[in-house]
Design a protein around this ligand. Structure first.
Ligand code: CA
Length: 453
């Protein structure tokens, strides 16, 4: 018997002897700026994602899956902490500067990987970070035992000459050391994920697989682009090709789970970090939602969202109750058998009892968003949107998913109730603790930082 299966067998035997089910692995896959309509399981006809579709068929598809912010960095800060990121001032996109000790997820927060690692989990990060570039902010200092990727908010996918001074051109790093890679970046990240899965079969693990596809720049391989020749818009053709390659390497990662005997003990979660960009930027499609990345309308914050855990959660089901990426934190700690910390306010909810049918209520009474001068609150089917300097807008999402019919004047009592709840939440938040990319560029029009959020 080879060493790894022997170790695995011993571990499983020990757990069985103790009467415990093995603690599951947690595979968290995040895409970047993927539109709500842009996956086969979301009804897309031109963007085909057979591997994600199979994951949906074996798991749960959420029609009301949200992220906590319409931009990358704050969304990931909420995801990693289980807290609305404005509670600790992470309200903007960090800009990339390894010498800046303010632009990053404040070190006063303890991240999910650190919590899991303390309970004996192996922890790995692969792909995009975007939570600060100074040494104290990088993944290895925030709880990830193994790291591979790029620290900034985006990266070239192919044909780049490494340059440490340019965010989208930095050398990829493995465990803090630059590495040379060849091939399309999405394939590189997928290969790393397969290797991680194959290397860690003896103890439970948490892998944060953070693709930067289909965020700009759209740089598909020629082979992949040719598969989507039927798409007339050149922008959308490239975007489709980028998503398709990501879907393939997700398929390879899931295949590695099966081949290594870990599929039944791995909780897989997939979503996009924010809504698709406006269509003229990447060709993304948020239909039938209103708006896009950067906005508090549904197109900015409601995303493709899947959870799968064969044998433990229903398969092939569709869930309409609103959930949030912020719930990964409590859900992961629960399946790992760890206590939720009580040292501060957490907004994360363990979704497992809601998904098994044990709890038929709603995971969240309300969900909230804030981005500078934009706010939103959702309570049941009602949603209030506030843009600074404009009257509040009120929508009934189950009757009006496209947020076309403002009911604020017809339903003043509902609008007032939501406004009161929003104001109470807003009181719990602090001001942004760092300048952020957009603010920096607004203040320094002559020398803006080149990165895109
Ligand atoms: Ca993003």
């Amino acid at each position: 018997m080879r060493l790894i299966p022997a170790l695995l067998f011993t571990t499983l035997l020990l757990q069985t002897a103790l009467g415990e089910a093995p603690r599951p692995n947690i595979l968290l896959i995040v895409s970047d700026d993927q539109g709500y309509a842009d996956a086969g399981f979301q009804g897309s006809r031109d963007i085909v994602t057979p591997h994600l579709d199979r994951l949906a068929a074996k798991g749960i598809r959420f029609t009301n899956g949200y992220v906590t912010h319409a931009f990358c960095s704050p969304s990931r800060a909420g995801l990693m902490t289980g807290r609305y990121q404005q509670r600790f001032g992470h309200e903007r996109n960090v800009f990339h500067d390894p010498s800046d000790h303010t632009e990053g997820l404040p070190t006063t927060e303890t991240l999910l990987p650190a919590r899991l690692r303390a309970t004996g989990y192996m922890t790995g990060w692969i792909g995009k970070w975007h939570l600060g570039a100074a040494p104290e902010f990088v993944p290895a200092r925030r709880g990830f035992a193994e790291t591979f990727g790029f620290i900034g908010g985006g990266h070239r996918f192919r044909d780049w000459k490494p340059n440490a001074a340019e965010e989208y051109f930095v050398p990829l790093e493995r465990n803090g050391r630059p590495v040379e890679v060849t091939g399309h970046l999405t394939t590189v990240l997928g290969n790393e994920a397969v290797n991680f899965v194959n290397r860690h079969t003896d103890k439970p693990w948490f892998l944060y697989l953070a693709f930067n596809a289909p965020h700009n720049p759209q740089q598909p391989t020629d082979e992949r682009l040719a598969r989507f020749a039927a798409i007339k818009s050149p922008l959308r053709q490239k975007y489709a090709a980028q998503i398709s390659l990501m879907d393939d390497v997700i398929g390879e990662t899931l295949a590695a789970l099966h081949a290594s005997g870990q599929a039944e003990r791995t909780l897989v979660i997939f979503f996009s970090d924010n809504g698709g960009t406006p269509a003229n930027i990447t060709g993304a499609d948020n239909t039938p939602l209103r708006g896009a990345k950067g906005l508090p309308y549904e197109g900015g914050i409601r995303v493709p969202f899947l959870v799968s855990w064969p044998g433990h959660l229903p398969s092939g089901s569709t869930e309409h109750r609103p959930v949030s990426a912020i719930d990964v934190f409590a859900t992961a700690l629960a399946v790992a058998g760890a206590e939720m910390p009580k040292d501060r306010i957490y907004d994360s909810v363990n979704l497992i009892p809601f998904l098994t049918g044990e709890n038929s209520g709603a995971p969240h009474e309300r969900l909230f968003w804030r981005n500078g001068g934009q706010w939103a609150i959702r309570e049941g089917d009602w949603k209030l949107v506030r843009l600074r300097g404009q009257p509040d807008e009120l929508y009934h999402l189950s009757q009006d998913i496209g947020e076309k019919k403002d009911l604020a004047s017809k339903q003043p009592a509902v609008a007032a109730r939501l406004a009161t709840a929003l104001a109470a939440w807003d009181q719990e938040l602090i001001d942004p603790v760092f300048l952020g990319l957009e603010e920096h560029n607004a203040a320094a029009k002559k020398a803006p930082r080149k990165t895109t959020p």
